[in-house]
Design a protein around this ligand. Structure first.
Ligand SMILES: *Cc1c(COP(=O)(O)O)cnc(C)c1O
Length: 438
């Protein structure tokens, strides 16, 4: 008997089933552990380890399920890898809306060159985290008066996205007796091809249409505001290096053209980000090498064409997405007309994206495993659902997973970005999830 078949037998016995009964109920012993394609977390004795802590111990330490766990070493490693590949003169910013947990922002603030915030609330977290206000930039299509005041008072760079914002910022600056720092967020006249979410090109609520930029630059001059540069952000979750390079070149050329009408030299040229991570079978990891080469060429051009400008890229998902898991406990196991459902204590309300309801057109399974049985060779096809009374609360749709029982820990990989803060936690009144940085 092969080792795997033997292990299969052993598990079947553990479940109190004969092999025949097991087969009849749809259980299958596989010859190899299933490949989720995820190898960033070590597995020891079947336990997935986050930050080196085995999952069963981590769950006990957190004191509750469900929870998100983020791995410090993986966050550090990702930044180090980017630093190593990208030209040294490119500034690396963290777009904290991807994961605003204060401990994560605190760690990232010490690793990257700046933090991008998208609200007054995020600004507060970034400042508390110890981020240097000089290196904070603030974008968002609807900044309220109070947020513009907070931005001006704290001395951060405001990526202005409308004429109204410009006038308000000038007023706040005057009231506070403090110069405002202004960049224009530009809605380009092209799109980032192949992006999961497009945020530039065509009619958009984000930024200022290119056509309106010269008029805005004239107004900045008339108001005597401190102009620092341009911000262009074309889209998110892109795995196509060529498309990202093309967008970066176009953004650069656009900024160069717009700079001719600027009231001051461009000091900051934020080319956005959009770097994606693999979620689904067939997703190919983003190739950084061509992007690094492309940025090096743009830095070289900028030395002559925009000599005071620093190029900035702002990344959210790419920095934190792969360093986090979502962990939820199986609270019931149901067999319905031949299909097994693992019902968990968490789901859509904590992890909207994994349920497929965060902007996805077609629902696909995130990579999932049973985190305390990650090595198990005995597998079965199950659906993992949450406790919410809606069919949308689905974490895995008919997936092959290690055989799980009540009490086991379901792990959703690729959950470090757009997780807890991007989910409707109050929906249906279940408890909130915890978050830990390990
Ligand atoms: C959301 C956002 C980001 C981060 O996008 P990711 O896809 O997570 O990297 C960066 N910049 C701006 C302006 C954003 O709105």
């Amino acid at each position: 008997m092969s080792l795997s078949a033997e292990l299969g037998q052993w598990h079947l016995q553990g479940l109190g089933l004969s092999p025949d009964a097991a087969l009849a109920s749809g259980l299958k012993a596989m010859t190899m552990p299933m490949h989720t394609g995820m190898d960033q977390f070590a597995v020891h004795g079947g336990q997935l380890a986050v930050g080196g802590v085995p999952l069963n111990l981590l769950a006990a330490r957190v004191g509750q399920t469900p929870f998100y766990a983020y791995d410090r070493a993986l966050l550090r490693q990702r930044v180090a890898q980017l630093r190593q590949q990208l030209p040294a003169t490119v500034k690396l910013h963290y777009a904290m809306k991807a994961n605003p947990m204060p401990a994560v922002v605190g760690l990232m603030a010490g690793l990257v060159d700046g933090i991008d915030v998208a609200s007054g609330g995020e600004l507060q977290v970034a400042l508390d985290a110890g981020a240097d206000p000089v290196e904070i930039s603030f974008a968002g299509p609807g900044k309220r008066d109070i947020e513009l005041r907070q931005a001006c008072a704290s001395g951060v760079l405001v990526n202005v996205e409308s004429g109204r914002e410009l006038e308000l910022l000038a007023r706040e600056s005057q009231n506070l007796g403090r110069p405002a720092r202004v960049a224009l967020r530009v809605n380009p006249d092209f799109e980032l091809k192949g992006s999961g979410m497009k945020m530039g090109g065509g009619p958009k609520p984000f930024g200022i249409d290119v056509e309106q930029v010269p008029g805005m630059l004239a107004r900045i001059a008339a108001l005597g505001l401190g102009f620092e540069g341009f911000h262009l952000f074309a889209g998110s979750q892109n795995l196509n290096a060529e498309a990202i390079c093309e967008a970066q070149v176009k953004c650069y050329q656009l900024a160069l053209r717009l700079a001719r009408d600027a009231p001051a030299p461009v000091r900051s040229l934020n080319l956005g980000g959009g770097f994606g991570i693999p979620y689904f079978p067939g997703d190919r990891r983003l190739d950084l090498a061509p992007i690094a080469d492309n940025l090096a060429r743009l830095c070289e051009r900028a030395r002559n064409e925009l000599p005071l400008a620093r190029l900035v890229i702002e990344l959210g998902r790419y920095l934190v997405g792969e360093a986090g898991v979502y962990v939820t406990r199986v609270i019931d196991r149901k067999l319905s007309r031949g299909q097994v459902f693992l019902v968990c204590d968490g789901g859509l309300h904590h992890h909207l994206a994994a349920s497929g309801n965060f902007g996805q057109v077609l629902r696909k399974n995130y990579p999932v495993t049973i985190g305390n049985k990650a090595d198990d060779l005995l597998r079965e096809t199950v659906s993992v659902v949450g406790p919410l009374c809606t069919p949308l609360d689905l974490l895995a749709d008919r997936m092959s997973l290690p055989v799980a029982e009540v009490g086991d820990l379901v792990v959703v990989y690729q959950s470090g970005a757009y997780g807890a803060s991007a989910s409707p936690q109050t929906f249906l009144g279940h408890p909130r999830c915890a978050e830990v940085l390990v």
